[in-house]
Design a protein around this ligand. Structure first.
Ligand code: FAD
Ligand code: DHB
Length: 389
């Protein structure tokens, strides 16, 4: 088989790239290790930057999102029993959009199917060969058959545990990592959201976040210990703990119900450099991870796709390699700023096991400064809605 761009991974990054390129007549094949249902069963991000929304529009997949998503002009930050709003639209002219990663992925799968896009599911043993030559190819097995795809470029969109990053020799690749000493326990429940905006809460019992997917679907998170097992947390225990971490007014209003999904995610900051090796490009979680505080994971994946898509377009349409040659540099410049913001939000809002009383006073000073200072709120707002591409 031959294609122009072989895409490893059928998560949001791979699907979005495939859809954008296909609309410009550039051929792709997406290789996904799991099934479509498995990918859609993963409950992950919920907040989209408007840059991402624009990219979905450019990809022709925004119809349902435009109808069903919610626009949020700001967010609530709570600490102890205090709370204040940071208004994004007032500070930046831009809101954020609430539309789950599951829905984004479903819309992209539907669009790929409608256009007869080539996606191979259940692939195993994917290997990328000769990425540093002019003739790269990818091998894999599916249903017991060995297959080979020759291509011009490979896009590594296969997440943190994929093969693409590992293909880049260690002599070329440098990785930067910070692992946080806690996780997030998340619950999805068919209950109305507790508030019409998100609430990010710093409490002396640890972080909590009240989020949502729609008018009758709420997503809540609490900071938990890395040694916790999801089975240790009954729904009742989760709701009791959440109520103790959010402002009293919200706790009283909170509607609880059975969880329809419950999972624990560890928190990590991670960046690999460079994001390009020869004809292989890394995108999204394959190249970088942020802790979820600040909702940047999916959004940074989208900005990579923006840079790579335009670089590939410039190459295929104009024969100019400037865009792909500068891909890694451009993507990383934006990534490191999102890394900083997510790291800062994580430090601002969580309880750390080794935190001293001094450290807690520093958090409080940061929070009260943010509460009282418009410029500080503007900095948060600019980062939250997404820095320009
Ligand atoms: P992925 O979504 O990981 O997609 C990669 C795809 O590649 C997967 O479908 C995988 O099956 C496939 N794959 C892997 N290896 C191979 C292989 N060898 N061959 C073929 N296919 C392969 N972000 C937020 O902003 N907010 C959140 O609340 C949030 N929660 C998260 C919770 C969890 C548990 C995780 C893991 C991430 C979370 N994120 C969150 C981050 C966000 O979901 C990711 O940034 C986003 O999914 C990145 O998309 P991606 O397409 O780059 O990678
Ligand atoms: C959600 C996740 C986040 O990490 C975040 O900062 C905001 C919202 C969510 O899943 O809704």
């Amino acid at each position: 088989m031959r294609t122009q761009v072989a895409i490893i991974g059928g998560g949001p990054s791979g699907l979005l790239l495939s859809q954008l390129l296909h609309r410009k007549g550039i051929d792709t094949i997406v290789l996904e290790r799991k099934t479509r249902d498995y990918v859609l069963g993963r409950i992950r991000a919920g907040i989209l930057e408007t840059g991402f929304v624009d990219l979905m529009r450019e990809a022709g997949v925004s119809e349902r999102m435009d109808k069903e998503s919610f626009v949020h002009d700001g967010t609530v930050i709570a600490f102890g029993n205090e709370q204040f709003q940071v208004n994004f639209t007032e500070h930046t002219g831009t809101p954020v959009v609430v539309y789950g990663q599951t829905e984004v992925t479903r819309d992209l799968y539907d669009a790929r199917e409608a256009m007869d896009g080539k996606i191979v599911f259940n692939v195993e043993n994917v290997e990328i060969h000769d990425a540093d030559s002019d003739a790269p190819y990818v091998t894999y097995s599916v249903d017991g058959r060995e297959e080979r795809i020759d291509c011009d470029f490979v896009a590594g969109c296969d997440g943190f545990h994929g093969v693409s990053r590992q293909t880049i020799p260690l002599s070329v690749r440098k990785e930067y990592e910070k692992v946080y000493p806690f996780g997030w326990l998340g619950v999805l429940s068919e209950t109305p959201p507790v508030h019409d905006e998100l609430i990010y809460a710093n409490s002396d019992r640890g972080f909590a976040l009240c989020s949502m997917r729609n008018a009758n679907l709420s997503r809540y998170y609490i900071q938990c210990s890395l040694s916790d097992d999801v089975e240790d947390w009954t729904d009742q225990m989760f709701w009791n703990e959440l109520k103790r971490r959010i402002p009293e007014e919200a706790a009283e209003k909170l509607v609880t119900g059975p969880s329809i999904e419950k999972s624990i995610a560890p928190l990590r900051s991670f960046v690999t450099e460079p994001m390009r090796w020869g004809r292989l490009f890394l995108c999204g979680d394959a190249a970088h991870i942020v802790p979820p505080t600040g909702a940047k994971g999916l959004n940074t994946a989208a900005s990579d796709i923006h840079y790579l898509y335009h670089g590939l377009l410039q190459y295929f349409e104009e024969g100019d390699s400037e865009g792909i040659d500068r891909y890694s540099e451009k993507a990383l410049a934006r990534i490191w700023k999102a890394e900083r913001f997510s790291w800062w939000m994580t430090n601002l809002l969580h309880r750390f096991p080794d935190q001293t009383e001094f450290d807690i006073k520093m958090q409080l000073a940061d929070l009260t400064f943010l509460r009282d200072n418009r410029e500080a709120q503007s900095v948060l707002a600019q980062n939250y809605v997404g820095l320009p591409y």
